[in-house]
Write a new protein. Structure first.
Length: 317
């Protein structure tokens, strides 16, 4: 009898050893395959592939989910850097073009003034007028340089996230909207999604950054609105598992965006109505801040008329 029990125990032990051996072999083979896939994916990030586990294992599958999330983040950063490189080239071209006009005016004024001085025909009034014109162009250049400096500071800015209640974000946006509505003699309304109004979720975002973007978008909307600006606020799940985003939609009843604005509205220094006070940086700054916060900024026209700007901010745990 003891010999029979020993034989059974030995068979069970051998069976368990064989099972664990086969299991380890299968997992080792799966890891090798996953390693090859990962190497190939890293070399071809643009293919938008993920690493898969051919042999089911709960712990390793959890690890691969983490790896795939990291890969997705790398892809997003790669796309962002490529887009910023294109924007930088466009920005350099635009800066060159924008600087050419005041520099040409300065050169012409100086040459004219020099000619009159040498000929002895420059009257005190002409000298005063020329000096005023030169000063105005110099001031414009100084404001332009200050605007470019502010853009550079934005590039170095990183979000400072903290837990903020949905109601607090809504309150900040509503205060800004009501203040702008009074100064522009217009109407303002803020709508929250039904879920957020009931649940009042807490978000991990940079409240100051979100508020800055909201103020920029609202100011731009009131500048073109006929009578009314409205906003909608929501927290929505993203395509990435377990991730959410804060969504701010700003609508106005103005003329809407032109084709050029829809295409280039977020580019630095783009403006269809340039002035000495504004250099067309509001939407560009808002777009940069949304990118910094893991989100995006999109422009579109409403079917019923008017413009719509949608800002998204990643709500990370």
């Amino acid at each position: 009898m003891p010999n029979g029990a020993f034989a059974i125990s030995l068979l069970l032990a051998l069976g368990a050893a064989a099972w664990f051996g086969m299991r380890c072999f299968a997992l080792k083979r799966s890891l090798r395959r996953a390693d090859r896939e990962l190497r190939d994916i890293v070399e071809h990030l643009e293919d938008n592939r993920i690493v898969k586990m051919p042999c089911p294992d709960r712990d390793l599958e959890a690890f691969l989910r983490t790896v795939n999330r990291a890969l997705d983040g790398i892809r997003r950063q790669s796309v962002l850097y490529a887009r910023r490189e294109v924007q930088l080239k466009e920005q350099i071209e635009r800066i060159s073009h924008d600087l050419r006009t005041p520099l040409t005016i300065l050169k012409g004024k100086i040459e004219l003034l020099d000619t009159r001085i040498k000929a002895g025909t420059a009257s005190p009034e002409q000298l005063e007028a020329s000096t005023a014109a030169l000063s105005a162009q110099v001031e414009r250049l100084e404001r332009y340089v200050a605007a470019m400096s502010s853009l550079q500071k934005l590039e170095d800015r990183e979000p400072e996230r903290s837990d903020i209640a949905f109601s607090r974000i809504a309150e900040l946006i509503e205060d800004a909207g009501n203040g702008l509505a009074r100064s522009n003699e217009a109407r303002f309304a803020l709508f929250a999604s039904q879920r957020c109004a009931c649940e009042q979720p807490s978000m991990r975002v940079d409240g100051s950054l979100v508020s800055e973007v909201a103020e920029n978008l609202l100011a731009n909307a009131f500048r073109y609105a006929s009578k009314t600006v409205s906003t909608r606020l929501d927290v929505r799940p993203t395509e990435h598992e377990g991730c959410e985003e804060l969504v701010l939609i700003v609508d106005d009843d103005g003329p809407g965006f032109s084709c050029a604005a829809l295409k280039n509205g977020c580019a630095p220094f783009f403006s269809e109505t340039p002035s000495k006070e504004r250099f067309g940086l509001g939407l560009n700054i808002s777009s940069l801040l949304c990118d910094k916060h893991g989100g995006s900024l999109t422009l579109e026209n409403r079917p019923e008329g008017g413009a719509r700007v949608t800002a998204r901010f990643a709500c990370r745990p």
